[in-house]
Design a binder for this molecule. Structure first.
Ligand SMILES: Nc1nc2c(ncn2[C@@H]2O[C@H](COP(=O)(O)OP(=O)(O)OP(=O)(O)O)[C@@H](O)[C@H]2O)c(=O)[nH]1
Ligand SMILES: [K+]
Ligand SMILES: [Mg+2]
Length: 366
């Protein structure tokens, strides 16, 4: 039996099985199996799944944003509006057939935006170029799910399902669970919180399904069964996502207002140039980047060429951003800005000091 058939079998069995206390463990096991087969399906070497390795676009700039959506929602039009790259846009579906990179310049930072072909339902199973598109989505630091505001909300759910199927978890943190494999000793499960969405027996059943007979599990949040399986599989990608509703020029103000109030959502009109600056600000925020300006002794800071880092980065990361060997020669640093205890004056800092957005940093070497 091929993988696709096995998946179908399990899905059918799950659909047949009534959900109640008595079947919970069995369903957990089926879910674990299903997740394993799906993962196999995504292997580029897998024969049954049809391959599809993604478009070969070099990463560039400080972060990558991928545009995911159904055909003709306006992805290419957006790329043309916010970057210097033109990507053909037209009124027919599947105008774009490959990945087209552009660059958004935002106060000295460079964000790569990838225009992609439209995907259809079933993309993650290999329909159309869906496989390649979702493979690219996996490499993104931020996913934009682009939607046509004139169409039903159903499109959003369908796209979420496709991304979920390839292991992308949108706007979620990695669950706080630690799994330690051992060679003997059986399974121990420790929890620091009460579990209301799964239970220890289900967890043990799933572990047995994965042939993990010796391990320590430490659970520090109220996870669901699915989230526990995610942790075991380990290759999940936790990516921030913005829902961008385009074509608001064609709907009523009341409708615009309603969409704009949804979490993680931005409403725009590419054609009328509405709200595009705000969209870029939100992209920047959701990427959770900080930019740090460097300054040489006795000179003004270089405001044209900041170093961009993840939020929570330290002076050590700043050093790496300047030169590989700088850390070895590091004596001390000076920071001006929000992270300085003595703002507006400088604070003398060590390598572990966390920087904040728009800090100015000077590094002094031995
Ligand atoms: N009314 C309206 N139409 C728009 C807007 N933005 C784009 N369009 C139109 O929507 C159609 C599709 O635009 P594209 O940019 O080609 O859409 P796409 O998502 O790249 O489409 P594919 O590459 O085929 O997947 C074109 O006719 C655009 O002119 C908008 O803000 N309002
Ligand atoms: K189009
Ligand atoms: Mg396009």
């Amino acid at each position: 039996m091929g993988i696709l058939e096995k998946i179908k079998d399990i899905e059918e069995e799950m659909a047949r099985t009534q959900k109640n206390k008595a079947t919970e463990y069995h369903l957990g096991l089926l879910k674990a199996k299903l997740a394993r087969y799906r993962a196999e399906l995504l292997e580029p070497t897998s024969k049954s799944g049809g391959g599809g390795s993604g478009f070969d676009v070099q990463k560039s700039g400080d972060a990558r944003v991928a545009l995911i959506g159904f055909p003709s929602v306006g992805k290419s039009t957006l790329l043309g509006k916010v970057t210097h790259t033109a990507s053909e846009a037209a009124a027919y579906e599947f105008t774009t057939l490959t990945a087209i990179p552009g660059v958004i310049e935002y106060s000295g930072a460079r964000i790569q935006m990838l225009d992609l072909p439209g995907i259809v339902e079933g993309a993650s199973q290999g329909r159309g170029r869906g496989r390649q598109v979702v493979a690219v989505a996996k490499t993104a630091d931020l996913i934009i799910i682009m939607l046509d505001a004139t169409k039903s909300q159903e499109q959003r759910r369908l796209l979420e399902i496709e991304l979920d199927a390839v292991g992308i978890r949108l706007n979620k943190q990695k669950p706080d669970v630690v799994v330690k494999r051992r060679t003997t000793g059986g399974v121990t499960v420790n929890t620091t919180v009460k579990l209301t969405r799964t239970d220890e027996k289900t967890i043990r059943t799933i572990l047995a399904g994965y042939k993990m007979h010796n391990c320590d599990i430490m659970i520090r949040e109220d996870i669901s069964t699915d989230e526990f399986i995610d942790v075991l599989i380990g290759t999940r990608k936790y990516t921030p996502c913005l829902y961008v509703y385009n074509k608001i020029d064609s709907i009523s103000l009341e409708q615009v207002d309603k969409l704009a109030r949804e979490p993680h959502s931005v409403v725009i009109s590419c054609e009328m140039g509405l709200n595009l600056d705000y969209l870029i600000e939100r992209i920047w925020e959701d990427l959770r980047l900080v930019k740090v300006y460097t300054k040489k002794r006795g000179q003004h800071p270089d405001l044209s060429d900041p170093i961009c880092l993840r939020k929570g980065s330290t002076i050590e990361d700043v050093c790496h951003g300047i030169h590989r060997s700088l850390v070895e020669k590091y004596r001390y640093g000076l920071v001006w800005g929000k992270s300085s205890k003595f703002a507006p004056h400088a604070q003398k800092v060590g390598l572990t000091h966390q920087v904040q957005d728009e800090d100015v940093v000077s590094i002094f070497t031995k």
